[in-house]
Design a protein around this ligand. Sequence first.
Ligand SMILES: Cc1cc2nc3c(=O)[nH]c(=O)nc-3n(C[C@H](O)[C@H](O)[C@H](O)COP(=O)(O)OP(=O)(O)OC[C@H]3O[C@@H](n4cnc5c(N)ncnc54)[C@H](O)[C@@H]3O)c2cc1C
Length: 412
Amino acid sequence: MTEYVIIGDGIAGATAAQTLYQDEDDASITVITDEREPLYNRINIKEYAKGKMGEDFIRMHEEDWYDERDIDLMLNTRVWKVEADDNTLVLHNGDELSYDKLLVAAGGTPRDLPVPHSDADGIHNFWTFVDSRQIRKDAEDSEHGIVVGAGLLGIDFAYALSENDVEGKYLMRGDRWWRYAMDEEGAEIIHDELRDAGVEPVFGEGIERFEIDRMGRVTEAVGTTGERYDCDIAGVCIGLDLNTGILDGTPAETDEGIIVDEHMQTDDPDIFAAGDITEFYDVLIEERNINGSWDSAQEQGEVAARNMAASATGEEMETFSIVPKYSVSHFSMPFMSLGSPTKGEEYVSRNYGEKEHRRLAFKDGRLVGAVLIGNVRPVGSLTKVIKEGEEVIDSQDALLEERIDLDSVLDS
Ligand SMILES: Cc1cc2nc3c(=O)[nH]c(=O)nc-3n(C[C@H](O)[C@H](O)[C@H](O)COP(=O)(O)OP(=O)(O)OC[C@H]3O[C@@H](n4cnc5c(N)ncnc54)[C@H](O)[C@@H]3O)c2cc1C
């Protein structure tokens, strides 16, 4: 019997467990998580924080789900380190657990702001269901809020403020929201949406420190410009540090993430990784990539599980390759990011109307990513073009047409 151990019960780890259960007759499967609850829909915790969804819509697995599949689920259990020499994990309580094949699907930990009082009550990261419950509770009692982190998580926190009738200020160090993927024209559409929602974008501003009351609760944020902002609640959404430390001292190489090849395998043949935590070889852009999206994590979990099983029997491994999609549903129009829109070397964009915009990212003449605002109908065609990997930079005008003639783009 092959002993499979999975660290992390997010969508990557849980999908891997399900895949092993379905495909392998002779497997012992253990899933370890430091969270207190089994898999939930991390995407939808923003809807919970907004007050738009109840707990039942967020939960995905009950503990029974694991029992029924004979999967050993260990909640509230932190993996301290991996002893790769003897295929063993050391847990926070000193217990040890052996494995034949290990999947590290441990995601990341939100970064804290390195400023005074950033740990005060009322200041939140936005990553777990526990965070989301606390944000909703605090937001209901708050009048003024601030958000830092001009990316996809920050915007979720901004709308959690808006939906709870908190007057918000969104502090951005640069001159626009998600500046690594968006140009000024596209970002301006989002800034207007924020203003309509009662959240004021403030550019060229960071946090110098927070002020607190005698109870240790945040009362004000002091900006790097010296401006002071009332705040009873604050969101710090400035990115994740990937939890690679578990593999320190093992042959598995780590950098920002865990380095895996296109099979999700590390330099240690018994250790695989999947989900947000990986720095994977992306066959679509032919370089290492990091992708923080649900569909990518899910697919990586599935591919990693099949490849762990294949490596145990010497069979051929399969290649991970998808074009991830990330939708933002807070706005009055659709918004979608596709592929790797921050990885471009050349960009082209077009505005089609007041709230309609498209920006395309090219690398080595090939389309590698896109941001679509207002009209997301071209998503199918653009996904196909990214997947095909042909040089299409000369067809940029055709790719910016409102309706893309896919055959002519690919034929030319
Ligand atoms: C508010 C919010 C909104 C989002 N919206 C979208 C969206 O609209 N679209 C989209 O595509 N993506 C979205 N995402 C991102 C998406 O949720 C993630 O990319 C995805 O959930 C990553 O899954 P994962 O399994 O790789 O990691 P995770 O879900 O982070 O799971 C990793 C698990 O491992 C556990 N763990 C870590 N270290 C240890 C250890 N040492 N021992 C034991 N357990 C450990 C963690 O506690 C965690 O439970 C959103 C995320 C958030 C927070």
